[in-house]
Design a protein around this ligand. Structure first.
Ligand code: ZN
Length: 230
């Protein structure tokens, strides 16, 4: 796993598949997503390498229920008093009570991409302590605004920090091979596009994606290019 500083409060944790983010403040750590199953030891090591203790993680926010985002959450939550937060519409799936609907693959390249990926290790049920809804505030970064951004999955959420103007998109937007784009493997592609447009209207400076390099400066300008023209 790679640990990459975006700025002193914010690090990217890049796993073999997928990524998570660590927001560091003097009195608490916040983990946004948690990698595939088996990621927790690497997350703990990353936290220690920053001179912090894994038990300082106070909250783990899951952007959605896919295996490459929730796999380390249960183990990481057990290091201390961390609460696990997720979108209200995704909570039952994350808890393992209902299956997540499969994606609707719209193009040959998307079907080929999906077929080319190695299967991820299965993830057991993950506790959800707090169900987040549109407009809720999560207590980090001066107050992270919760946006309901359905389409990649029904209960996907994004987080926006108005102070530092940081956006965590989950998998609703990707930035792979220098291409900022709608995320792939969406349950409802049309709804996913609407959720992307909504995020593209924000005055984001730094955009953090579930897959691909963060855009550290001027993200809004890049994201607005994805808006429909005319
Ligand atoms: Zn996903």
């Amino acid at each position: 796993m790679d640990l990459v500083e975006i700025f002193p409060h914010l690090h990217l944790l890049r796993f073999a598949v997928g990524q998570a983010y660590l927001w560091s403040e003097a009195d608490s750590l916040t983990l946004i997503d948690s990698g595939p199953a088996g990621s927790a030891p690497a997350i703990a090591e990353a936290v220690r390498s920053l001179g912090r203790r894994p038990g300082e993680i106070q909250r783990i926010v899951l952007t959605h229920g896919h295996e490459d985002h929730i796999g380390g959450a249960a183990e990481a939550a057990a290091w201390g008093d961390a609460r696990i937060l997720a979108g209200a519409a995704e909570a039952a799936a994350i808890r393992g009570e209902v299956p997540l609907p499969p994606p609707v693959l719209t193009a040959d390249w998307e079907r080929e991409l999906r077929a080319s990926l190695p299967p991820l290790p299965a993830v057991g049920p993950v506790r959800v302590d707090v169900e987040l809804r549109e407009g809720d505030l999560v207590d980090f970064g001066g107050g992270a605004q919760v946006l309901a951004v359905p389409g990649h999955t029904d209960g996907s959420i994004a987080l926006y920090l108005p102070g530092p103007r940081v956006l965590f998109t989950g998998d609703t937007i990707a930035n792979v091979q220098d291409r900022t784009m709608l995320g792939v493997f969406n349950t409802d592609p049309a709804e996913a596009a609407e959720s992307l447009y909504r995020q593209a209207e924000l005055p984001t400076e730094t955009a953090c994606f579930g897959h691909g390099e963060p855009i550290t400066h001027g993200a809004a300008e890049r994201l607005r290019r994805l808006l429909p023209t005319g």
